[in-house]
Design a protein around this ligand. Structure first.
Ligand SMILES: *Cc1c(COP(=O)(O)O)cnc(C)c1O
Length: 361
């Protein structure tokens, strides 16, 4: 059976080659006579898998040696609590709100300490990433939390150099990690739930600079203490072994493809085709995000007449295009075009959009 064009925001499409390899290895991983799901997380087979995943991620992202890589559970949502528990250390923390996810992170942090809002674009409908001059930054904050790609509104921060750097930057990169080269050294901590651009749901990547470890609040559950997790190499308890294995296969696939710089070229092309289709539709399709912040991973768009939404979704399905409905808070459509979405999938959507626009315009 042919695979469908899956534009889900997450859990999302995975590379076909990765699924095929996982399928080949499912019953008997590398001749050991069992599945990855069935092996001890402390055995030498799984240790090999975990070490390779970390080494490949370090290679892909050029992660400096003074950063720890953790494979945790609880998704990005648990990081909204885990970050303040570990890093606030009795001080206040700055939060930039540029969309639904960073707003959630800000709200959750208020449960653990003094979370300060440095700027919010909510009044403008979350359609851009603000400049540093607009932020009311505290030079003594424990950290500044940002979401560098807002998955729901499709707002991406591209200019790393323009991000404030006077205090450690904490970035939620759940929906665009590994989509292009990023300078890890600019961040104190990066986190990303896997199910968008990395692998299946169940594992969350945390990349954290070593000097930020060891300041957790006394109320921090042992399992949520980064320093203790780092000391135990993410194996304080049973890690999500199969999800880590799958993420590891995705890392190998990315290396095979030429790494994140090669992915960026493809992602630029995919995004260009889709935004061109929207902008060139004479107002039939619309995306309200500022040009400089239009996400390459999540492309929300509305139809000029929302009464056409249902027909669009139904007809798209007939063309093998699924999970295209926009988030309920925004309406319209959203096409998530992560690394694993091939150019052909985007082209199929673009062709369908043109055809639908002609018939209903
Ligand atoms: C999906 C998403 C989250 C939440 O991820 P979970 O793994 O479901 O907790 C947080 N932040 C961003 C940017 C996301 O895209």
């Amino acid at each position: 059976m042919e695979r469908i064009h899956n534009f889900s925001a997450g859990p999302a499409v995975l590379p076909r080659e990765v699924l095929e390899q996982a399928s080949d290895e499912l019953m008997n991983w590398h001749g050991c006579g069992m599945s990855v799901m069935e092996m001890s997380h402390r055995g030498k087979e799984f240790t090999t898998i975990l070490e390779a995943a970390e080494a490949d991620l370090r290679d892909l992202m050029k992660i400096p040696a003074n950063y720890k890589v953790l494979f945790l559970q609880g998704g990005a949502t648990l990081q909204f609590a885990q970050v303040p528990l570990n890093l606030m250390a009795g001080r206040s923390a700055d939060y930039l709100v540029t969309g639904d996810w960073s707003k959630k992170a800000y709200k959750e942090a208020q449960r653990y300490g003094d979370a300060r809002l440095v700027a919010s674009t909510e009044a403008e409908g979350f359609t851009r990433f603000p400049a540093q001059a607009e932020m009311d930054l505290d030079p003594d904050a424990a950290y500044l939390h940002v979401c560098t790609n807002e998955t729901i509104r499709g707002v991406e921060a591209f200019d790393e150099v323009a991000l404030p750097a006077s205090v450690p930057l904490v970035a939620d990169m759940s929906s665009h990690i590994l989509s292009r080269p990023m300078d890890v050294s600019r961040y104190g901590l990066i986190y990303a739930g896997a199910q968008k651009n990395v692998g299946p749901a169940g594992v969350c990547l945390v990349i954290v600079r070593e000097d930020l470890l060891g300041h957790a609040s006394v109320h921090t559950p042992t399992l949520l203490d980064y320093a203790i997790q780092a000391e135990h190499v993410s194996m304080l308890n049973t890690p999500p072994t199969f999800a880590i294995y799958m993420a590891g296969l995705v890392f190998k696939w990315l290396l095979d493809k030429g790494g994140v710089a090669a992915m960026e070229r493809i992602n630029v092309e995919k995004a260009r085709r889709l935004y061109d289709a929207i902008d060139g539709s004479g107002g039939f399709y619309r995306n309200p995000v500022a040009m400089a912040n239009r996400s390459r991973m999540n492309v929300p768009f509305t139809l000029h007449d929302p009464r056409l939404d249902e027909a669009f979704i139904a007809e798209a399905r007939g063309h093998g295009i699924v999970q295209i409905k926009g988030h309920k808070s925004v309406g319209g459509m959203r096409a998530s075009i992560y690394n694993a979405m091939p150019v052909e999938g985007v082209q199929a959507l673009v062709d369908f959009m043109a055809d639908f626009g002609q018939r209903h315009g």
